[in-house]
Design a protein around this ligand. Structure first.
Ligand code: 2HA
Ligand code: ZN
Length: 264
């Protein structure tokens, strides 16, 4: 395997370990897909498939001949951290963009969320985005927040989380998009996620379930979720001490945006 591709998969394994350590990845919770097309060499391209072609369930012509590393369905993040190619696989999308085949290393079936992840990757390509990684995980304090009705109002959680510690706005400058509760793995959830990403968020909160994040690579996607969840922990720590945290002021948040050239 080319060193650049191995390095990218090693990053996925490192992040999978963090997800487990943080308690965000119970059992087989969460999934990861990374578009590795630019990292695949001719030797790998020439390799025969080790699975029959399987339908994606939709046609995504922009993904024709693209390659993805995908966590395996039912696999545990804590196992993927040790053995990424035994708990995930490299797949190739067929030229028609409606089916995929597994190429390496083992015939590990990709995440059950593959259709929604691939729809997001297709949209990222359509918009000319440099983002190549998508992450779904269950960060405890962020999920807890979505059990409080006021935090589900558009940008209410974003405003509060940004105001807990300056790093949050600096490193998650587009904030936290909100998707109301929908059945896991449903087409409706996938479509609502895409709409919310298209609204300009990199991290989307699924009410009472988890987050879906995109970024240039898996480490950056993880970092955005990590800073948001840290802010939620600070909020809850202050509440646990028995008071409502003051939060940074609007003026202080504006000052930060100017100093760091942030988009919002
Ligand atoms: O893949 O977390 O929501 C397991 C999940 C689905
Ligand atoms: Zn989930």
């Amino acid at each position: 395997m080319r060193p650049a591709l191995k390095a990218e998969i090693d990053k996925v394994a490192e992040v999978a370990g963090y997800l487990w350590q943080k308690g965000w990845a119970e059992r087989n919770g969460g999934n990861i897909t990374v578009n590795v097309t630019e990292l695949v060499d001719d030797a790998l391209r020439a390799m025969p498939a080790i699975s029959p072609a399987r339908p994606i369930g939709q046609t995504l012509p922009r993904l024709a001949d693209c390659w993805f590393y995908c966590k395996g369905t039912g696999r545990r993040m804590r196992d993927l951290a040790r053995a990424p190619m035994a708990n995930g696989s490299l797949i190739r999308i067929l030229p028609a963009g409606d089916a995929y085949e597994i190429v390496a290393d083992a015939p590990v079936t990709p995440t059950s969320e593959l259709p929604s992840h691939l729809a997001v990757h297709d949209w990222l390509i359509a918009t000319g985005s440099p983002y190549r990684a998508s992450l779904h995980t269950h960060p405890i304090e962020l999920v807890a927040l979505t059990h409080g009705r006021p935090w589900l109002e558009k940008d209410a959680a974003t405003r509060m989380l940004w105001s807990m510690i300056p790093e949050t706005k600096a490193f998650c400058p587009r904030g936290l998009g909100i998707v109301p509760y929908m059945l896991p793995s449903s087409v409706e959830l996938a479509e609502a996620t895409l709409r919310t990403l298209a609204d300009g968020y990199d991290v989307v909160m699924w009410e009472k379930h988890g987050v879906f994040a995109v970024d240039v690579d898996i480490m950056d996607a993880f970092d955005q979720v990590d800073v948001l969840n840290k802010a939620a922990q600070i909020y809850l720590a202050a509440k646990g001490m028995g008071f409502e945290p003051e939060g940074m002021s609007d003026a202080q948040l504006r000052e930060l945006s100017v100093a760091f050239h942030l988009p919002k």
